[in-house]
Design a protein around this ligand. Structure first.
Ligand SMILES: CC(=O)SCCNC(=O)CCNC(=O)[C@H](O)C(C)(C)COP(=O)(O)OP(=O)(O)OC[C@H]1O[C@@H](n2cnc3c(N)ncnc32)[C@H](O)[C@@H]1OP(=O)(O)O
Ligand SMILES: CC(C)C(=O)C(=O)O
Ligand SMILES: [Mg+2]
Length: 561
């Protein structure tokens, strides 16, 4: 059997009874570093060319990222050329630092500094892997040997920087595979690097803690970060950064808990592109803050632009359920969700704190439309159908009619198997309730109030082919019902009747909805008209006409002819 979990060992828990991070809250955005052009790039089937890197860099700058890892210039001519272009064409704003990565090898470090000649400010980022697997199987070094690689490289970096004093240098060190390294050993290595760099003497230093491969639950990573935070030398003089990957699907969670555990800075990529399952997603992490009322300091209102550019350059499509960014993340198909969203949206006023069921943020903030929020399929209920008619066609139906229409729409959806558009619901509504059967159009009406009630003379039919119906009742509707009963020998009972006025932007001013019973037959109808009386009379005529059609009764004017 090859599917055998005994091949794997559990990651050891960290014994840390004094952990403080679980009761902390993130109250401001960390310093973000975008590594799309390096870590994201090294994961692409087709790595970026210089022109693509320029466009991506420009977007990152415009969004608000201040530290951007632009490549691995000692490894690739494109990355080298890109660095030169950024510097020589003066493409880096004064408040933005470019960052470059290199292995802890002298010739590579020297070439890296060469690529940065003339930069106003830059971050040189060195790494070596520190975990037992790497020490034993990849580098074949003991702990001392591993520490020496790091300290030696730190020295080369310091020397190279000293030779280019016009640049404002930051130094960054990553104990690669930190999360799989014994934490006390990682601290030893970090201390050895900082003993060379001396952040306490004014050198800006970033200590970046990578979950190169995510190997544990995020709480374990947070414990590791808090341990480093509490025990490294020069802590108050260095920035602690985290760089998480998403192998277990928790890259963002691990970074968030790490910030609670003391990290000042977070590295990631837009939409999470990166090696294997990806890097920590800057969009999700930033928007998670935003949804808690914290300024992410990045402009995600340009979400459509972010998605378009990332998709074009990475040639990777965004999952429709991708947090905040996917096509479907603001869409509810299920009935109870739609009902709750509709009720909350109706109560929400601009300026209120956002409290809308099932929508963690306002879709408008990311350039999305409320039109996408409620979409109808067989999982939908009356609330959703009503919402679509209200939203797209300005029609607010009474509850009993919502229920009736929703059943019909659900049948359509079940037969169809997919989504039912707003237009189709509207067509169904018109066909089943609103369209007037031939010969049953209200032409005019004349009402006389007497002591006995209302006497009505109602002209019905089509142009040039009308008849007057005369009846008496408590009101106009009663009088029409009386007239129809006399004419057809029916006993019409009005079971439900609702009328409402419509918005200013509609031709009709009033809507009436009726449900009548004629013997065993129940029929609902709706009418839109210039006034409420006309709407009520037309709705009754429409319902009567539908009953007549199925009972083989002629329309009044035709019967007369
Ligand atoms: C987790 C990360 O994302 S780390 C970044 C990874 N990104 C990349 O590797 C992309 C760019 N890299 C490259 O193009 C190449 O690896 C280069 C140009 C940097 C180096 O290429 P090469 O010299 O051919 O070596 P190769 O790629 O095979 O690297 C392996 C050698 O580097 C050593 N090495 C690997 N990482 C490091 C490091 N961080 N510091 C020092 N030495 C290292 C290995 O021990 C091995 O040495 P050996 O040849 O003596 O056994
Ligand atoms: C080089 C480091 C920071 C890295 O990308 C990783 O460990 O994932
Ligand atoms: Mg990485």
């Amino acid at each position: 059997m090859s599917f055998d979990h005994r091949k794997y060992a559990p990651f050891p828990v960290v014994d840390k009874p004094d952990r403080r991070w679980p009761s902390r809250r993130i109250e401001k955005a960390p310093l973000w570093a975008a590594v799309d052009l390096r870590d994201g790039n090294q994961a692409l089937i087709k790595p970026m060319n210089v022109a693509q890197k320029k466009r991506f860099f420009q977007l990152l700058v415009e969004l608000g990222y201040k530290e951007i890892e632009v490549g691995f210039p000692s490894a690739s001519q494109i990355d080298y050329d890109f660095c030169r272009a950024l510097i020589e064409d003066d493409l880096v704003p004064d408040d933005v630092s470019i960052q470059v990565l290199t292995q802890a090898r002298q010739e590579l470090i020297e070439r890296t500094f060469e690529s940065l000649q003339g930069a106003k400010k830059a971050i040189v980022h060195i790494y070596n892997a520190t975990s037992p697997t790497f020490r034993q199987q990849v580098f074949n070094v003991d702990k001392e040997g591993c520490k020496k690689i790091a300290a030696q490289a730190a020295q080369w970096v310091r020397d190279c920087a000293a030779a280019q004093p016009d640049t404002d240098w930051s130094f960054q060190y990553s104990p690669e595979t930190f999360s799989a390294t014994e934490t006390d050993f990682a601290i030893e290595v970090i201390d050895a690097v900082n003993d060379v760099w001396r952040p306490d003497q004014g050198q800006r230093v970033i200590i970046n803690l990578p979950a190169t491969v995510e190997v544990s639950t995020p709480n374990v990573f947070a414990d590791q970060v808090e341990t480093v935070n509490d025990n490294i030398r020069y802590r108050e003089h260095v920035l602690i950064s985290v760089h998480t990957h998403d192998d277990r699907g928790c890259g963002v969670a691990a970074a968030e808990l790490a910030v609670m555990a003391g990290a000042d800075r977070v590295e990631g990529t837009l939409l999470g592109n990166g090696e294997r399952t990806g890097n920590m997603d800057l969009v999700t992490a930033g928007m998670n803050l935003y949804a808690q009322g914290i300024d992410p300091e990045i402009d995600f209102s340009r979400m459509k632009e972010i998605i378009a550019l990332v998709e074009e350059i990475t040639e990777i499509q965004t999952h429709p359920r991708h947090p905040y960014a996917g096509d479907l993340v603001f869409t509810a198909f299920s009935g109870s969700h739609q009902d709750a969203i509709r009720k909350c949206l109706a109560q929400y006023k601009p300026g209120d704190t956002w409290r809308v069921a099932y929508l963690p943020i306002d879709p408008h903030d990311l350039g999305r439309r409320y039109e996408e929020v409620v979409r109808i399929n067989s999982q939908s209920g009356k609330g959703g159908v009503a919402h679509v008619l209200e939203r797209d066609f300005g029609l607010t139906l009474p509850r009993w009619l919502q229920q009736e229409l929703a059943l019909v729409v659900q049948q359509d959806a079940e037969e169809d198997g997919g989504e039912i558009t707003g237009e189709r619901i509207h067509r169904r509504f018109n066909g089943d309730y609103l369209n007037v059967p031939a010969g049953w159009t209200l032409r005019s009406y004349d009402l006389h109030r007497t002591d006995a009630g209302v006497k009505a003379s109602i002209s019905v039919g089509e142009k040039g082919d009308t008849v007057d119906l005369n009846g008496q009742g408590e009101g106009a509707v009663g009088a029409l019902v009386d007239a129809l009963n006399r004419r057809h020998g029916w006993q019409i009972r009005v079971e439900a009747f609702d009328e409402s006025s419509l918005g200013d932007d509609t031709e009709a001013n009033a809507m009436a909805c009726v449900r009548v019973r004629v013997g065993e037959r129940v029929q609902s109808a709706v009418a839109l008209a210039a006034d409420t009386t006309a709407a009520a009379l037309q709705a009754i005529l429409c319902a009567a006409g539908r009953v007549a059609e199925t009972a083989d009764v002629e329309a009044p004017a035709r019967a007369q002819a």
